[in-house]
Write a protein that binds this ligand. Structure first.
Ligand code: PRP
Ligand code: URA
Length: 209
């Protein structure tokens, strides 16, 4: 069974409260999503293995630790996942970025694929799928399936807010994928929106609707 990590860091929780607020405008919303994604990346990379190297300082030799040859791939689910990309890249600038385009059919709530472009060496990379919302879980489950079909073995899922239904869907379908979230909310409403959630992440990021 995959693990669910809920970030309890005060900065993440504080910024998440501002993101949820319906009075927060586009500019602040975008900046906050990016900042929270950066803080989450700090936690998601906590298990990266280190190796010892020697560094010559102006005074002498220091035994230091560096990340041991990790190749990271970042995979935003379009559109709303794009809002988290720059924040993560600020901490992992060498990551390659793949894109999976999915939207939820408003009637069936099932994900519809419209784009997929991944790094060619996806099977060698530690992949982090990013999307602000994990609602029914349909989009995340489909994105993980795309990556696995291309040979990906090591996948994490990072979201701002999840519904219990979405967490369960991912765990049932992909028990090897750990889930990192800022909060697990109460439930989904009849339109598949997370309650209380933050509304429509894509619309709030891009000013549509
Ligand atoms: C939102 C969100 C997720 C998906 C979550 O995207 O960004 O991708 O819904 O819902 P699910 O867990 O029920 O699949 P949406 O389909 O609204 O597309 P958008 O990002 O283009 O707005
Ligand atoms: N997608 C969103 O943007 N928000 C939700 O609450 C659910 C799906």
């Amino acid at each position: 069974m995959s693990k669910v990590h809920v970030f309890n860091h005060p900065l993440i929780q504080h910024k998440l409260s501002l993101i949820r607020d319906k009075h927060t405008g586009k500019k602040d919303f975008r900046e906050l999503v990016e900042e929270v994604a950066m803080l989450m990346a700090y936690e998601v990379t906590r298990d990266f293995p280190l190796q010892e190297i020697e560094v010559e300082t102006p005074i002498g030799l220091a035994k230091c630790q560096v990340i041991a040859g990790k190749k990271v791939g970042l995979v935003p689910i379009l559109r709303a996942g794009l809002g988290m990309v720059d924040g993560v890249l600020r901490l992992i600038p060498a990551a390659k970025v793949g894109h999976v385009g999915l939207y939820r059919d408003p009637e069936t709530l099932k994900p519809v694929e419209y784009y997929c472009k991944l790094p060619t060496d996806v099977e060698e990379r530690d992949l982090i799928i990013i999307d602000p919302m994990l609602a029914t879980g349909g989009s995340a489950v489909a994105a993980i399936e795309f990556l696995k079909k291309r040979g990906a073995k090591n996948i994490k899922l990072m979201c701002l807010i999840a519904a219990p239904e979405g967490v369960k869907a991912v765990q049932d379908a992909h028990s090897d994928v750990d889930i990192f979230v800022g909060a697990v909310d109460d439930h989904l409403n009849d339109h598949g929106y997370i309650v209380p959630g933050l509304g429509d992440a894509g619309d709030r990021l891009f000013g549509t609707k």
